[in-house]
Write a protein that binds this ligand. Structure first.
Ligand code: SF4
Ligand code: SF4
Length: 189
């Protein structure tokens, strides 16, 4: 009996606390509205006056190069796999030295929702979103960007990362001086 009463009063206290929290949130919202009601409106005269967007703003996508000037993209298709609207396509090819690259690389910006998932997934930091958002076109076909439209001559946001150095360039998949990888089958009993 005593336990039941204790439980009920605990429930009531929690309900009261929850109610106060909601009231606080509502009054907070009203206070913000009132604060802005008496402020002078700020109208930006775009396009004459342009706001500088943060570096991480998600706009037009580029394909960057590593610090040596080589294409970073190794056509692993991770960006394409993660893209929720399937707007990235490419074909992989291999250079004479065994390094992979994208023979062609296409982004359909008419479908892109600038979510940034491709950038998150890219292991080489090749694909990057930029703050440039001025890419409206009358014809949706003009929003099909090919590799030559996407590939830039700089490293983008990261000026030092070199995927090939990071993962090894000596032999395929090895750094110079690195021991050869262990064959997991030799560990079998
Ligand atoms: S930003 Fe999002 S929608 Fe656009 S290409 Fe990248 S993953 Fe796809
Ligand atoms: S841009 Fe990055 S994730 Fe996409 S294929 Fe190239 S290396 Fe892979």
């Amino acid at each position: 009996m005593g336990e039941k009463r204790e439980g009920r009063s605990r429930d009531e206290a929690e309900r009261r606390e929850g109610g106060l929290h909601v009231l606080g949130a509502i009054w907070g919202g009203f206070a913000t509205t009132l604060k802005h009601l008496f402020r002078r409106p700020i109208t930006q005269q775009y396009p004459e006056v342009r706001r500088s967007l943060p570096e991480r703003a998600r706009g037009r996508i580029i394909l960057t190069r590593d610090p040596k000037g080589d294409e970073r993209c190794v056509a692993c298709e991770l960006c394409s796999a993660v893209c929720p609207v399937s707007c990235i396509s490419m074909q992989a090819a291999q250079r004479e030295d065994g390094r992979r690259y994208a023979l062609w690389f296409r982004i359909n910006f008419a479908r892109c929702i600038f979510c940034g998932l491709c950038e998150e997934a890219c292991p080489t930091l090749a694909i990057q979103l930029t703050p440039d958002f001025e890419m409206i076109k009358a014809d949706p076909l003009d929003l099909l960007y090919e590799k030559e439209d996407l590939l830039v001559d700089h490293c983008g946001k990261n000026t030092y990362y070199d995927y090939q150095e990071h993962c090894g360039t000596g032999e395929k998949g090895m750094r110079p001086g690195e021991l050869p990888p262990v064959d997991p089958k030799t560990n079998l009993p």
